[in-house]
Design a binder for this molecule. Structure first.
Ligand SMILES: [Fe+2]
Length: 148
């Protein structure tokens, strides 16, 4: 485990999403610090894990909504990847409630960190390119919906 340093490769160029991803990296770094602390405190770790999984869920809902609103052509496949993550996150969240061991916390960290970085680079970057090429902004979306 290691601290994740935000790097340009992780920016998709759409602030709403980039800010969410940065927040998730912050949770991961909090978890990393809590797991690597001198004494393992399962209560602190459980709080971070649950908040992180909750935030990941909210972020996924925001991203799904954004894809639909912007008529993103790859919405279906991207949503499927999100649904798989949600299912896995629910599973590991439930496992952690039963077994709040250091090993389980490390497993969760590694799963989320690995998934997030890969997903941003392989999948979210394509969405960012699309949003930027089509000049999509949330304000224009709200405007167009208001006159529709
Ligand atoms: Fe995504």
């Amino acid at each position: 485990m290691a601290r994740i340093v935000w790097r340009d490769q992780l920016n998709i160029g759409f602030t709403l999403i980039d800010d969410d991803h940065k927040m998730l990296v912050e949770y991961l770094n909090d978890l990393d610090a809590a797991v690597n602390g001198r004494a393992y405190d399962s209560k602190t770790v459980a709080q971070i894990v649950l908040k992180m999984l909750q935030y990941a869920q909210e972020h996924i809902e925001r991203e799904d909504d954004l894809m639909v609103r912007s008529n993103y052509p790859e919405t279906e496949g991207h949503k499927r990847a999100h649904a798989e993550l949600t299912a896995q996150a629910n599973k590991i969240g439930a496992e952690f409630l039963r077994d709040q061991s250091l090993e389980k916390a490390i497993e969760i960290y590694e799963f989320v960190a690995d998934w997030l970085v890969k997903h941003i680079i392989d999948t979210d970057q394509k969405l960012g390119d699309y949003l930027n090429k089509s000049n999509f902004t949330l304000s224009s979306d709200i405007f167009f919906r208001s006159i529709a």
